[in-house]
Write a protein that binds this ligand. Structure first.
Ligand code: ATP
Ligand code: MG
Length: 780
C-alpha cells in the first residue's frame, strides 16, 4: 500500500517514512511540506497500522485540515480519516476543554466569545470601572490583554510584575491590570472563553493536572504541526508537553514565511526545536513544485534581502513562465478596473476559471475598489476574512438566542438579546442588574432568575415582569434544546423570538438580504442535522452545532457548487494556499510595507516575509500593481511605489505597457510643469519628510517605475500633486475631450474643491472617473 508515495521526491519520501522520533522539515514555499504531512498521516495509518485516534495534526486553518482529511480519506477511506484529531490549535483544544474544562471550573457548554464579543465585554468593564474610554481605548486594551494571555501571563503574574505595571502606567493606563482582572472574572462567571483563553486554559489544564496531561500524551502518539514558524509561546509549550512522552513529533515550516510575530508568534520555536528534543532528524526540501522559474527566482531574490534567516536553496524544474507584471495606475479605482479587466480577458481568452485568480492585499480596506470593479464586470468573487457570515449582525443575533439556550450565563448573548427585538427593557435596568451581579459575584442571568430575592434592585414592577417574561422565554428554549434536534430549535427561535418578524418589516434590499441570511443559517443547521444523523444515533442537538460556531470562518463554509469565484483576501490569510494567477495590489510605500513597520529592521523584515508569502502563492503568473494616488482615511493621498518592487531582481519583472496607459501625456506634463508643487510635505500629507526625501525619487536610476517605450519618463519636478487646476464650470451632459481617452460625455460630478471628480463615458474606453485637478479636459 505504498503507491501513494510515488508522488514524492526522495527527501519528501524519507520525511514521510521517518515516523518515529522528532522530525523537523524547514523548507521554502511550495516545496511540499504540507504534502509531506498529509502523506505521513496516510502512511502511518495505511502502513504502520496506527489508529487515527492516536494522531494529532495541527493546521493553520480549518480549510487546510478539511483538505488534508479529504486527501487522506482517498487513501485510507473517509470514515477512518474522520477519526484523526485534525484542525486548528483552537478547534482541537476547544474540543479537549469541553471534556476537561470542568476541572478549571468551566461548564462543558462554555461559550466561545469571538473578537466582537470580547471587545464588547472589555468595553463594559471599562464602563463599570468608570475609566476614561478616551484613554482606555477598547482596541488597545484588547490587544494588550491578548498579548498577556498569549504570553501566559495571568492577572496574578501581572500584579507581581512591576515592569508590566510600569509600562501601562507610562501609557497612562495605570488601571489596566484591574481591567484585565475584571474582564477575566466577568467571562468566567459567564461561562465564556475568548480565543486566547482556549490556549491559555489548555496550557493551565495540562500543567496543573498531570493525570489529564498523561491521558492526552498517551492518546497523541503521533503529532504533526504545519506552519510551525507561526506558533506562539502558548502553542509551543502545549505541543511540547503533549509530545513529551512518545517524542513522535513532526513539525514543518519555513522561517521565511513567519508573519505573525505581531501576534506573538515566535520564530525562535523553530530554532529551539533542536535544543528541545534529542536526536532530531532534519529534512531539507529544496525543489519547488508550485511555481514557475520566474516566480521562484523573483521570490528568492527578494527574500535574500532579509538578514535574519536560515540559509536555504529553492529551485524548480517547472517552466520558466512569464515575467511578473508590474503595473502602475492613476488611482485605486483604476487599479481595481485594471485587475478586473485583466481577469476578465485572461478568463475569456485562456480558459482560466474564475477560481484560478486571487487578489491579495495588505489591508482589508483595499478590497472595496476591487469589489466595485469586479461587480461592474459581473465577475463572481468571494471575500475571505472581513466580516464573516457568522459575524453579520442578524446572524449573530439569532445565534445569541441559541447561545443562551445552551449557556444562559453567557453575558454578551444576554446583553444582545435582552432588549432586541424591543421588549421595553431599558439600559438603566440592565445597568442595575450588572451592578448587582458584580456585587454578588454572579452572572447577570443568575440575578434575573432569582429576581424576587433582590428587592433592593430598584427596578419597577413593569420592568420586572418584562424581565420575567424574557427568562421564561429563554428557559423554554433551553428545554427545547435538550429535547429536540438543532434545526427544530433554531427554526422555533427564529420565529418566536420576534427576530424574523422585525427583520421582515424592512422591505429594502438590505432588509431582504438579512432575512435571506437567517434562512441561510437555518440551511446550515439543517445540513448539520442531516450530516450528523448519518454518524450519530438520536437527534443531533443544538449544543453540537453551537460548539465551534465561534471558531468558524467563511473559509469553512464551502459549497462545492459555489466554487468558481475569484478569491479576495489579505496576504495573512493566503498563507499555505496556491492559485494559478495572483494579483498583489497596493504595492506602495506606507501601505506595503505598512507605515508602522518601516522604522525597525525586524518589522520591515517581517513585512518582506509577508511579500514573500504573497509572491509564492502564484503558480503561473503574478501581477504587482500600485496606484499614484489613493483614498486613505477619507483623504486622497499621493503614493510612491513600494521599495519591495526595487528589491526583486529586474530580470524577473515586466514593467507593463498598458493599453490605456495611466502615464501622463507630454501635454499633460506641460500643464503640470507650469504649476509645480513647492514642498515635499505638500506632495504627501502623510509623509514623515526625512525618510522619503532620502528615498530614490521617480527619476533615479534605481527607480522601479520604468515608463513604457515611447513614453516620457517622469522627472522629479514632474511630480503630479499639488496642482489645483480645477474646472468649476463642468457639469453633467457636457461633451469633453481627454488627451488620452479621447471623446466623451460627462455623466455626473462628485466631490468638491480639490476632490472634485467627473464620471465620464468615453467613446473608446468606456466609463472613467477622473479627478479634475489632474484630468486635462477640453470642453467640446
Ligand atoms: N513531489 C511532488 N510532485 C508533484 N507535485 C508536488 C510534489 N510535492 C509537492 N507538490 C505540489 O506542490 C504544491 C506545493 O506543495 P505544498 O503546498 O505541500 O508546499 P508547502 O511547502 O506546504 O508550501 P507553503 O510553504 O506555501 O505552505 C502542491 O500543489 C503540491 O501538490
Ligand atoms: Mg504548506
Amino acid at each position: 500500500m505504498t503507491d501513494f508515495l510515488q508522488g514524492l521526491n526522495p527527501p519528501q519520501k524519507a520525511a514521510v517514512e521517518a515516523t518515529e522520533g522528532p522530525i523537523m522539515v524547514i523548507a521554502g514555499a511550495g516545496s511540499g511540506k504540507t504534502r509531506v504531512l498529509t502523506m505521513r498521516i496516510a502512511y502511518l495509518m495505511a502502513n504502520k497500522g496506527v489508529d487515527p485516534f492516536n494522531i494529532l495534526s495541527l493546521t493553520f486553518t480549518n480549510k487546510a485540515a478539511r483538505e488534508m482529511k479529504e486527501r487522506i480519506g482517498k487513501i485510507v477511506g473517509p470514515s477512518e480519516a474522520k477519526n484523526i484529531w485534525m484542525g486548528t490549535f483552537h478547534s482541537v483544544f476547544a474540543r479537549i476543554l469541553r471534556v476537561e474544562g470542568h476541572l478549571l471550573g468551566y461548564p462543558s457548554n462554555f461559550t466561545i466569545y469571538d473578537a466582537e464579543d470580547s471587545k464588547k465585554a472589555i468595553n463594559n468593564v471599562i464602563k463599570e470601572l468608570n475609566l476614561d474610554k478616551e484613554i482606555y481605548k477598547t482596541g488597545n486594551v484588547a490587544r494588550r490583554i491578548s498579548a498577556f494571555k498569549n504570553g501566559l501571563i495571568t492577572p496574578r503574574e501581572y500584579f507581581n510584575s512591576p515592569d508590566l505595571q510600569e509600562q501601562d502606567a507610562a501609557a497612562r493606563m495605570p488601571q489596566l491590570g484591574d481591567v484585565f482582572n475584571a474582564y477575566n472574572e466577568k467571562n468566567f462567571r459567564a461561562g465564556a472563553m475568548d480565543f486566547d483563553d482556549i490556549l491559555l486554559q489548555t496550557y493551565t489544564l495540562l500543567r496543573n493536572f498531570p493525570e489529564v496531561l498523561a491521558k492526552y500524551q498517551d492518546r497523541f502518539r503521533y503529532i504533526m504541526v504545519d506552519e510551525y514558524q507561526d506558533t506562539n509561546h502558548a502553542q509551543y509549550l502545549i505541543v511540547k508537553a503533549l509530545a513529551n512522552r512518545f517524542q513522535n513529533i513532526c513539525v514543518v515550516g519555513d522561517d521565511a514565511q513567519s508573519i505573525y510575530a505581531f501576534r506573538g508568534a515566535n520564530i525562535q520555536n523553530i530554532l529551539n526545536f533542536q535544543r528541545d528534543y534529542d536526536n532530531v532528524q532534519v529534512y531539507k526540501l529544496e525543489q519547488n513544485y508550485r511555481s514557475t522559474k520566474n516566480i521562484v527566482g523573483a521570490a528568492n531574490s527578494l527574500i535574500a534581502k532579509n538578514k535574519n534567516q536560515l540559509p536555504k536553496n529553492v529551485f524548480t524544474e517547472n517552466d520558466g513562465g512569464d515575467q511578473i507584471v508590474v503595473h502602475k495606475t492613476v488611482s485605486d479605482s483604476d487599479e481595481g478596473a485594471w485587475v478586473a479587466r485583466t481577469i476578465f480577458e485572461r478568463q475569456m481568452n485562456e480558459h482560466f476559471d474564475y477560481s484560478d485568480f486571487a487578489i491579495l492585499y495588505r489591508t482589508n480596506a483595499q478590497s472595496r475598489a476591487m469589489e466595485d470593479n469586479l461587480r461592474r464586470k459581473n465577475i463572481p468573487y468571494r471575500i475571505y476574512g472581513g466580516l464573516s457570515f457568522y459575524q453579520r449582525k442578524e446572524v449573530k443575533d439569532l445565534l445569541a438566542y441559541c447561545r443562551l439556550a445552551i449557556n444562559p450565563k453567557d453575558e454578551e448573548a444576554l446583553r444582545r438579546t435582552i432588549n432586541y427585538p424591543k421588549r421595553g427593557i431599558g439600559d438603566t435596568t440592565v445597568e442595575r442588574l450588572t451592578v448587582k451581579a458584580n456585587q454578588e459575584n454572579r452572572a447577570i442571568w443568575e440575578i434575573l432568575e432569582n429576581i424576587d430575592f433582590f428587592p433592593d434592585l430598584d427596578i419597577n414592577r413593569g420592568a420586572i415582569n418584562k424581565l420575567k417574561d424574557y427568562v421564561t422565554k429563554i428557559n423554554s428554549y433551553r428545554i427545547l434544546a435538550e429535547n429536540s434536534d438543532a434545526f427544530e430549535v433554531v427554526n422555533h427561535i427564529s420565529k418566536t423570538s420576534g427576530l424574523m418578524r422585525t427583520l421582515g418589516e424592512d422591505k429594502t434590499p438590505e432588509g431582504v438580504s438579512r432575512v435571506e441570511n437567517i434562512e441561510e443559517l437555518l440551511n446550515s443547521v439543517k445540513e448539520f442535522v442531516e450530516g450528523q444523523a448519518e454518524i450519530e444515533e438520536g437527534n443531533p442537538k443544538l449544543e453540537g452545532f453551537m460548539q465551534d460556531v465561534a471558531l468558524l470562518t467563511d473559509q469553512d463554509k464551502d459549497d462545492p457548487n459555489d466554487r468558481n469565484k475569484v478569491s479576495l483576501m489579505t496576504i495573512h490569510l493566503a498563507k499555505g494556499l496556491e492559485f494559478p494567477v495572483v494579483f498583489i495590489v497596493g504595492m506602495e510605500e506606507n501601505l506595503f510595507p505598512s507605515m508602522m513597520t518601516v522604522n525597525s529592521r525586524a518589522d520591515l523584515e517581517e513585512e518582506r516575509r509577508l511579500f514573500y508569502v504573497a509572491l509564492t502563492r502564484a503558480e503561473k503568473q503574478a501581477y504587482l500593481s500600485f496606484a499614484q494616488m489613493r483614498y486613505r482615511w477619507g483623504k486622497l493621498v499621493d503614493c510612491e511605489p513600494s521599495r519591495f518592487l526595487e528589491e526583486i531582481d529586474d530580470k524577473y519583472l515586466n514593467q507593463s505597457t498598458p493599453e490605456f496607459s495611466p502615464f501622463l501625456s507630454p501635454e499633460e506634463l506641460q500643464g503640470f510643469r507650469q504649476k509645480r508643487p513647492n514642498t515635499a510635505a505638500q506632495r504627501n500629507p502623510m509623509a514623515g519628510g526625512d525618510r522619503r526625501s532620502a528615498r530614490p525619487q521617480r527619476n533615479s536610476p534605481r527607480s522601479p517605475v520604468r515608463p513604457p517605450a515611447g513614453m516620457k519618463k517622469l522627472s522629479d519636478q514632474d511630480s503630479v500633486s499639488g496642482n489645483f487646476e480645477i474646472h468649476t464650470d463642468l457639469d453633467a451632459g457636457q461633451r469633453v475631450k481627454h488627451p488620452r481617452f479621447g471623446m466623451g460625455e460627462i455623466k455626473s460630478m462628485e466631490g468638491s474643491g480639490a476632490n472634485k471628480k467627473a464620471i465620464i463615458h468615453f467613446e473608446n474606453v468606456g466609463e472613467k472617473k477622473l479627478l479634475l485637478k489632474f484630468a486635462k479636459l477640453e470642453k467640446i
